[in-house]
Design a protein around this ligand. Structure first.
Ligand SMILES: Cc1cc2nc3c(=O)[nH]c(=O)nc-3n(C[C@H](O)[C@H](O)[C@H](O)COP(=O)(O)O)c2cc1C
Length: 340
C-alpha cells in the first residue's frame, strides 16, 4: 500500500477511478478522444458541452462510451446559448456525472439532473457560491482559483483553500487552478482535497485535438503571459477569461477604450456598446484551437502554463503526477518523523 492510497480514498470512491485527478472540461478540446484517454489511463475526464449543438454533444457522449467503459462527466456551460438543449441531451443520455460550469445552475437544474441518478459536480469560485451549490444539492465541488484557464473568478486559490477547503466538509472538494505538478497535488491532498482538476497541462497532451501552433505557444509561454481579460469601465462589464496575451487581447482593450470614449461623447447607446464587447470573442477559442490562429484567437490558459513545456501522452502525465504525489508524501513523512 502506498501513502497516496490513503489520500486518494475519498476522491476515488466518489469518481470511481484509480486516481482522483480530473481533466477539466475544455471547450473545443475535451472531446471523446481526450476524455476516453483520461478514463482509460485511470483518471477522470469531462466531455465539454461548450458551444456544441446538442446533436454533436449527444454523438460525442456515445463515442466516448464506445471508447471507454469507465466513468466520465459531461460538462455543461450554463451560459452557453445551447445549454437548454444540451440539458435535454443529458436527460436522455443520463451520464453518470454532470459538471455545471460557466455561471452556476439553479436549484431546479441540479434537482433535475440528480433525479436522473447522475452525480452533480459544481464549480465554486467564492465561498458564497460553494455554500449555495451545497445547499442546492451538489454532490461535489470543483474549487477553482483565479489562476485557472478559461472563465475565471476573482479570488486566488490560496484564499479559497482557507475559506472553503478548510471549512467545508459536506461534500468532496476537488481543487483547480494553477496546478501542474504531483508535488502540488500532494500538498492539496494533505490539506483535505478529495482530488485535483487540471486543464492547461492536458490541453497540451498528445491526445488533445488542439492545433500544433496552439500547443507550441503553450509550451513556450511563461506564467505571467496568462492574463485575465481587463475591464476598464463598469458601464461595459466583461466576463473574465484567463488566456495568453496576444494581438487579439490588445485589440479588445483598444475596442473597450474606443467604446468608452463614444459612451462619454454620447455617440453610442450602452446596449450597442455592450453588444460590441460581447461579439468580440465569439468563435475566438475555436479559431485558436482548430485553426491555430494564435494571434487573434483566444488562447485560454491558466498560469500553470508556466509549468508546461512539452507535449506528453495523457498516461504519461498521469504517471508523472502519481509518482510526484507519492514521492512528496514520503518526503513530508520523513520531514515530520525523521526517525520513522
Ligand atoms: C482552453 C480552455 C478551455 C476551457 N473550457 C472550459 C469549459 O468549457 N468548461 C469548464 O468547466 N471549464 C473550462 N476550462 C477550465 C478547466 O476545466 C479547468 O478547470 C482549468 O483549466 C484549471 O486550471 P489550469 O488551467 O490552471 O489547470 C477551460 C480551460 C482551458 C485552458
Amino acid at each position: 500500500m502506498q501513502l497516496s492510497d490513503r489520500y486518494f480514498a475519498r476522491g476515488r470512491e466518489f469518481l470511481g477511478t484509480e486516481v482522483p485527478i480530473l481533466c477539466g472540461g475544455m471547450t473545443w478540446i475535451s472531446n471523446a478522444q481526450l476524455v476516453a484517454a483520461m478514463a482509460n489511463a485511470g483518471g477522470f475526464g469531462c466531455l465539454a458541452g461548450g458551444n456544441s449543438p446538442a446533436a454533436i454533444l449527444e454523438a460525442e457522449i456515445q463515442r466516448t462510451r464506445e471508447l471507454t467503459d469507465r466513468p466520465f462527466a459531461v460538462n455543461l456551460v450554463t451560459i452557453a446559448p445551447a445549454f437548454p438543449e444540451q440539458l435535454e441531451v443529458v436527460c436522455r443520455q443520463r451520464p453518470q456525472y454532470v459538471v455545471f460550469a460557466g455561471s452556476f445552475p439553479n436549484a431546479r437544474e441540479v434537482e433535475q439532473v440528480k433525479a436522473l441518478g447522475s452525480k452533480v459536480i459544481c464549480f465554486a469560485s467564492t465561498i458564497s457560491i460553494a455554500q449555495r451549490m451545497v445547499r442546492y444539492g451538489a454532490d461535489a465541488l470543483v474549487l477553482e482559483g483565479m489562476e485557472a484557464g478559461g472563465h475565471v473568478g476573482h479570488v486566488s486559490l490560496t484564499v479559497l483553500l482557507q475559506q472553503v477547503l478548510f471549512e467545508m466538509s459536506e461534500v468532496p472538494i476537488f481543487v483547480a487552478g494553477g496546478i501542474a505538478t504531483g508535488k502540488m497535488c500532494a500538498h492539496l491532498l494533505l490539506m483535505g482535497a478529495a482530488g485535483v482538476q487540471l486543464g492547461t497541462r492536458f490541453a497540451v497532451a498528445k491526445e488533445s485535438c488542439a492545433h500544433p501552433r496552439f500547443k507550441e505557444k503553450f509550451c513556450k509561454a511563461n506564467a505571467r503571459d496568462a492574463v485575465s481579460t481587463p475591464q476598464f469601465d463598469s458601464r461595459l462589464p466583461v466576463v473574465a477569461v484567463r488566456a495568453l496575451r496576444n494581438a487579439g487581447l490588445e485589440d479588445f482593450s483598444r475596442l473597450q477604450l474606443e467604446l468608452i470614449a463614444q459612451l462619454d461623447a454620447g455617440t453610442i447607446h450602452r446596449e450597442a456598446a455592450q453588444l460590441e464587447v460581447e461579439k468580440f470573442w465569439m468563435g475566438a477559442l475555436r479559431r485558436a484551437v482548430q485553426e491555430g490562429d494564435i494571434e487573434r484567437g483566444s488562447l485560454m490558459a491558466g498560469q500553470s502554463v508556466g509549468l508546461v513545456d512539452r507535449e506528453e501522452a495523457v498516461a504519461d502525465i498521469l504517471a508523472d503526477l502519481r509518482q510526484g504525489i507519492e514521492a512528496e508524501l514520503q518526503a513530508v513523512r520523513s520531514r515530520l518523523l525523521p526517525e520513522a
